[in-house]
Design a protein around this ligand. Sequence first.
Ligand code: IMP
Ligand code: MG
Length: 197
Amino acid sequence: MAHGDEAAGASGGLPPGRLEDAPDVGRVIVSEPDLQQRIVELGDRITADYAGRPPLLVGVLKGAFMFMSDLSRAIALPVEVDFMAVSSYGSATRTSGVVRIVKDLDVDLLDRHVLVVEDIVDSGLTLNYLQRYLLARRPASLEVCALLVKKGQQRTEIDLRYVGFHIPAEFVVGYGLDVDERLRNLRAIHAHASRSS
Ligand code: IMP
Ligand code: MG
């Protein structure tokens, strides 16, 4: 036997106290299989759309790290990846639209086909700011792939080329998304049990 611990294997490697059972983890909004299936579809579309001009994937940290990981592997093109970290001024769960660049890109965008990979679009103000910021670097093209879009919440026009799921306007966690830096490592998207948005 290559692997010693049979019990851990049978339970998917999860310890007895599952993160999913934490008191503030609510119902599943998008399940792990639904996420994975949709990401394969998005990857196929991106592969077809960008044939002959492999994109530079720009992930928005921290929330998009898991989506970026899975999406990049679903794209059958020699993509490059880079990351930005932004933080919005204001409270943890309400965006103000004023964005601070915490980590900038390492790569020059001039004449590159840039595909921004975002975890979630709520008001859209973060993305609106980012799009203007990135366009100033003169890419050949700039499109957005957002895993989640909250229905009816957008306060600005944004052109989202690829969207994973439209979800109800409530606060969600998991698959990269956090509440106060917790619960990013849930495998599915869950409602956060003690907050609304
Ligand atoms: P927006 O500027 O209002 O569109 O907010 C976008 C950012 O706020 C996202 O990239 C997330 O980092 C964060 N955010 C918005 N809604 C949620 C949520 O339901 N859970 C976790 N983070 C969220
Ligand atoms: Mg984000």
